[in-house]
Ligand binder design. Structure first.
Ligand SMILES: CC(C)(COP(=O)(O)OP(=O)(O)OC[C@H]1O[C@@H](n2cnc3c(N)ncnc32)[C@H](O)[C@@H]1OP(=O)(O)O)[C@@H](O)C(=O)NCCC(=O)NCCS
Length: 322
């Protein structure tokens, strides 16, 4: 059957709770390097205000999923979660689903003027030409047994340059209110946020009041190197179970700032804050400015059994007009 014919045989609808197992079946346990978040997010996504979750079906089988989240006070949609069943890839189904979602948003939400998304692959120049590149983050992917994380934090802390005399103040855990005040401040927006964008995991948001409600829903831990005019501010997601191993937990730390010492300090403070609650096998991704990545990578060399989960990878934030 031709690719065009196949895309025509697809029916689209909003996802429902009973699609859960079929949605999980789209991607096997090895997809996304074993870190698929769908089991942890599907039910929450269906309940989330401003989120639309679409599935594509062929003869009653769920073969693809895409989600759109209204952000920036309703002016932008963020696409997330795109996936197509492995046996049907390369036949235009993802593109057709994205067109369906875009048309749906145009019809039902005429105030939306832009689409934003994050990509972890390396899109071709032709693909990139369709978008504005808003930001690029480099990802340090580490893994270890939870039992080894305390040793790692102690080892790195003893080596941080800041431990010299006089030592700088310890990083501070921010209340949600403090974090929001900072995120909306001219200093953080202009000097720290990549492309003036808050990136929570793979979710890029403009630093506007309306998006603070989205962040509040995420249960993030916020840590900065100092409360006023910080050189680095970071968020950490709540750890969630992933298919990689029966006891595997994944979490993401996004650090905004270009001072290596400050980035390292808040990265370690985020790990320290999690130490007591973690069990099993940990795979944690830290997203930083690409100029900071080599230094962070070097700082993280250790004798505590924390290793690279995979080598350098990156997240591109792209935007286009609707
Ligand atoms: C990526 C994937 C969805 C592509 O599905 P497909 O049906 O083979 O794709 P198509 O034949 O429609 O052709 C590619 C189109 O898919 C979309 N696409 C491909 N990769 C994408 C990505 N990482 N993020 C967003 N859109 C993507 C684009 O519309 C692309 O067209 P473009 O390159 O001109 O922008 C599929 O390979 C898959 O499910 N991979 C595993 C999950 C995954 O990596 N998802 C993407 C990140 S969330």
């Amino acid at each position: 059957m031709s690719a065009a014919r196949e895309a025509c045989d697809v029916a689209y609808s909003l996802a429902e709770e009973q699609d859960f197992q079929q949605v999980l079946n789209i991607c096997g346990s090895d997809a996304f390097d074993g870190l698929d978040y769908m089991a942890a997010t599907f039910h929450r996504w269906l309940q989330e205000p401003g989120r639309l979750v679409f599935v594509a079906r062929m003869t009653n089988r769920v073969v693809a999923l895409e989600s759109a989240l209204l952000v920036d006070g309703g002016q932008t949609v963020v696409f997330q979660g795109l996936r197509v069943a492995p046996d049907l890839r390369g036949r235009g189904i993802a593109g057709a689903l994205q067109r369906h979602v875009t048309d749906y948003v145009r019809r039902h939400y005429p105030q939306v003027s832009a689409v934003r998304l994050s990509r972890g692959d390396r899109p071709s120049p032709q693909t990139l030409a369709k978008y504005r590149v808003i930001a690029k983050e480099a990802i340090l992917c580490l893994c270890c047994e939870a039992a080894d994380l305390g040793l790692f934090v102690a080892e790195l802390s003893s080596r941080l340059p800041g431990r010299a005399d006089p030592s700088p103040p310890a990083p501070v855990t921010l209340s949600q209110q403090q974090a929001e005040t900072l995120l909306l401040s001219e200093h953080v927006v202009s000097n720290l946020l990549p492309g003036k964008t808050i990136i929570n995991d793979w979710e890029p948001l403009r630093p506007v009041e309306a998006n603070m409600e989205v962040l509040r829903r995420r249960g993030l831990t916020w840590i900065a190197d100092r409360e006023f005019e910080p050189a680095a501010i970071s968020l950490c997601t709540t750890p969630y179970a992933v298919p990689y191993r029966h006891d595997a937990l994944h979490f993401n730390i996004n650090v905004f700032g270009r001072s290596l010492a400050s980035v390292c300090a808040v990265f370690l403070a985020q790990l320290e804050a999690l130490l007591q609650s973690l069990r099993g096998y940990l795979i944690f991704y830290t997203y930083v400015d690409p100029t900071v990545w080599p230094g962070l990578r070097q700082t993280c060399q250790n004798n505590s059994n924390v290793s690279l989960f995979k080598d350098y990878c990156q997240e591109l934030v792209l935007e286009t007009d609707l």
